[in-house]
Design a protein around this ligand. Structure first.
Ligand code: PBG
Length: 330
């Protein structure tokens, strides 16, 4: 007979008991589904992304249909990425009022007024070289320019707000962009539009599949002069602090699962709503292992989302959002 021991198993004995003492539950409204809207395919077409089974580039009409189905299953929010027909050095399609993202936002808000439409603000899908900012190859310092890029990011954010976006999410990692976007939006009466800042975004190998999906891989070099080094915790706190002071309404950590320590610390230090991005590589790893029969996709999805939430995320951007909603309906 064991005396005076903690009998944790008492509360794990039945399914109902386990549910009663469960501390963390992922809810449909915690999740944001990313969509890739493409101008390079027919309006009605969906082009499957080979490295992300279950995800596709979608033409405008196909997006409308897909979102409609998801909304019927309880989707509350999505984030949009655009694949333009035309890319150039100045990323002009990023801030064109008739660009693919702007048209997609307007269409979605028209059809699903209650859906919270988030837009990713970055130049990489729109520049011919694939970097997140303007490039000056002759610069003796860093070819990816900061301050001139920030002006274009602010223009992009404004064009999204004008199209009807509900939340602006800058993902470029240029310095000072949150403040600049805030000022630009406020200037013209968009002071009610929140900014969800990709405050702590690492230069991560886990973005690999996304770059196929968004056709946004840099043609030379890498993103290490603007995205963060994976080894840095204190710097992550400085980035979060800076974005808070510049006026961010929500903070984000990305990728999610490799950075749960950072998410937890940010939750403790900052009182803003916290988001985490379960990125393409995190999704693809689970889907690939499931395809091999090595992992159970549904169980792994639920566990990963639960643990990201437990670590401190209020919101999770995840390619599993639609699958989660389907699983809930079962
Ligand atoms: C744009 C952007 C990227 C992701 C989100 N916004 C790619 C990158 O920074 O290279 C990655 C998302 C994912 O991997 O799912 N800058």
């Amino acid at each position: 007979m064991l005396d005076n021991i903690m009998r944790g198993r008492r509360l794990r004995r039945t399914k109902v008991l386990r549910r009663m003492v469960r501390e963390t539950e992922v809810r449909p409204q915690d999740l944001i589904q990313p969509y890739f809207v493409a101008e390079t395919i027919g309006d009605d077409e969906a082009a499957p992304i080979s490295s992300m089974p279950g995800q596709s580039q979608l033409g405008l009409k196909a997006l409308e249909r897909k979102v409609g189905e998801a909304v019927a299953k309880g989707l509350t929010s999505c984030i949009l990425f655009g694949i333009p027909k035309h890319k150039d050095e100045l990323a002009t399609q990023a801030y064109d009022s008739n660009g693919i993202v702007q048209r997609a936002v307007a269409m979605l808000k028209d059809n699903y007024p209650d859906l919270v439409v988030v837009t990713d603000v970055c130049l990489c899908e729109f520049t011919s070289h694939g970097h997140c900012g303007l490039v000056d190859k002759h610069s003796p310092h860093d070819p990816v320019r900061n301050d001139t890029t920030v002006e274009l990011l602010a223009r992009t954010a404004l064009s999204h707000a004008e199209a009807g976006a509900d939340i602006i999410a800058p993902s470029d990692m240029m310095d000072g962009r949150v403040g600049a976007i805030r000022a630009t939006l406020d200037d013209v009466g968009f002071e009610h539009i929140p900014i969800m800042s990709y405050a702590v975004k690492f230069a991560s190998a886990f973005y690999g599949p996304f770059r196929e999906a968004a056709e946004s891989a840099p043609k030379f070099g890498d993103r290490k002069s603007y995205q963060m080094d994976a080894g840095n915790f204190r710097e992550a706190m400085r980035e979060a602090e800076a974005d808070t002071l510049e006026g961010a309404d929500m903070l984000m950590v990305k990728p999610a699962m490799p950075n749960l320590d950072i998410l937890r610390s940010m939750r403790e230090r900052f009182d803003l709503p916290m988001a985490a991005y379960q990125v393409s590589g995190e999704y693809s790893m689970i889907m690939a292992a499931a395809k091999m029969g090595w992992l159970d996709a549904k169980a792994t999805m639920l566990e990963s989302l639960t643990c990201i939430k437990r670590a401190g995320a209020d919101l999770i951007i995840s390619y599993f959002t639609e699958a989660f909603l389907r699983a809930q309906a079962e």
